[in-house]
Ligand binder design. Sequence first.
Ligand code: PEP
Length: 256
Amino acid sequence: MARIPLLMGNWKMYKTVAEARAFAEALGQQSAALGDDVEYAICGPFTTLHVLRVMLPTQVKLGAQNVHPEKEGAYTGEIAPGMLAEFGTKYVLAGHSERRMLFGESDQLVNQKVRAILEAGMTAVLCVGENSSQKQDGITKEVVTGQVRHGLEGLTAEQVAGVVIAYEPVWAIGSGKTATPDDAQYVAKEIRAIIAEKHGADTASQVRILYGGSVKPDNIASFVAEDDIDGALVGGASLDPTSFVAMAEAVRGVVR
Ligand code: PEP
């Protein structure tokens, strides 16, 4: 089964409602450039989700950046999976490196989030990646495959097939540095291999693996052209509609 490429924006803590509306309007004017051969999503701050849902072109799905694993409860400041699902959210990030590093999210919590996202009927985007000292120590493969194994613990093969994995070297996020396409492909292949080991080659072949880390319009094609890379998770360059469309066109150029 062919994997549909996915271009996903992560807005982090950027954009007011007015700014999100302006983005959606601008993207709407260029929606013909998006086509229907690639899937798109924007993970906006919670306050922007309503305007994005109403105004984004239909090809662009709604994503959230975080969720609490419990269905409901006394968790001030948190948001439940069912709340996001009811709202029309399709994708939810779990284990973004900023959440792991700045908010102390463990592999165990990330796994609970992945399961909760799936139980609520949404698609989990499990983010994994090594930091610079792990890269220097030559343990990228061990770190990343370990995060994948923990993140997918307790899932059925059918559930795993629908998960998206974002390989994002921590040192490449927001730094202007990227992995080489060869290195990113090597890690993506290892991710697929570890999934195949546990759940079989057929399941592994269905999982979409994204690269993330300083992806821009002028480098995205080189990653998506790799056999095991099915799209990109993009921070900074997803904030500008012109840049988003340029990345969409670059991905479509590879797909064709
Ligand atoms: C990200 O936020 O996941 C990311 C990859 O950011 P950037 O594209 O800005 O490096």
